[in-house]
Design a protein around this ligand. Structure first.
Ligand code: ADP
Length: 258
């Protein structure tokens, strides 16, 4: 079941990438289709040529249908941004995390109770966390610890993260694994970059996480020492701006009625 889940995550990542490719490919196929159409109108074509053009046309039509399906698939990946309580999300995933990580890896999660909800896509964020957990597992073949924590942070450095100034939740995942060397660290979020070898890694995990975090209006930063482990830092915008008048945390059941 774990493998099926992992495969479906990878498939979703592929879906995000195919969206762009499918669109360009659709335009190319349309041009080929147009030219073949013109060819069928050429007079005195030998019957053999007519058959070949007919075959080519039906191939192009199948291609167009396929690309349409890919586009429809990619469109489903549109993010659905809602207020998300990160502590609830992470604790809710603990069984899934444990299965993904295996017995040798300890997970420590810490979130302040007062942490405000972020604006994100729950399913995609869950997918991100699973991908990051799987990376941490792969970096700790002899076991170790994965620490997941969240805290409220005010960002006001226009240079650093490329985020507008304001309040964010800073989510960090720290593992005690093998870490990355400088060259790997630099390329880690590139699509299809992997050091895991044929059949083991697709190189899509971090690029997908990066894309999703950006689509949520957040930022991602990787830090690593080899040996010593890896830190994945993610900043996500708050669902509601903090204001002194908004005292009750959003997303928790109110104590009394209206
Ligand atoms: P994949 O996991 O399929 O290789 P990713 O995009 O998730 O693809 O990761 C790219 C590369 O970044 C990995 O192959 C690995 O070299 C490195 N990496 C990612 N996460 C970690 C981590 N927690 N510790 C060490 N290296 C990592």
């Amino acid at each position: 079941a774990r493998n099926a889940l992992f495969q479906s995550q990878k498939l979703e990542a592929v879906g995000q990438l195919t969206g762009g490719v499918a669109h360009d490919f659709n335009n190319l196929l349309m041009a080929i289709h147009g030219n073949l159409d013109l060819l069928t109108q050429v007079e005195n074509m030998p019957p053999k040529a007519c058959t070949l053009v007919g075959n080519a046309l039906s191939g192009v039509r199948r291609g167009v249908a396929l690309v349409q399906r890919m586009l429809a698939f990619a469109r489903r990946q549109q993010l659905h941004l809602v207020p998300v309580n990160l502590a609830d999300l992470v604790y809710g995933m603990s069984d899934l995390m444990r299965t993904s990580l295996g017995p040798g890896i300890l997970v420590e999660a810490s979130f302040p109770l007062s942490l405000p909800p972020v604006l994100a896509d729950v399913n995609q964020l869950e997918l991100c966390l699973l991908n990051l957990a799987v990376n941490a597992r792969d970096a700790m073949p002899d076991g170790g610890t994965l620490r997941i924590s969240g805290r409220l942070e005010e960002i006001s450095d226009p240079a650093g993260l490329g985020l507008p100034s304001g309040d964010y939740v800073h989510l960090s995942l720290v593992d005690t694994g093998e870490g990355m060397d400088a060259a790997t660290l630099e390329r880690a979020t590139e699509p299809f970059f992997t050091t895991k070898g044929v059949g083991k890694g697709t190189g899509l995990g971090l690029s997908m996480v990066h894309g999703i975090v950006q689509q949520c209006g957040g930022a991602l930063r990787l830090g690593s020492r080899r040996p010593g482990g890896t830190t994945v830092d993610i900043w996500l915008p708050l669902a509601t701006p903090l204001a002194p008048s908004i005292a009750a945390p959003v997303g928790t059941a109110p104590a009394g009625g209206a």
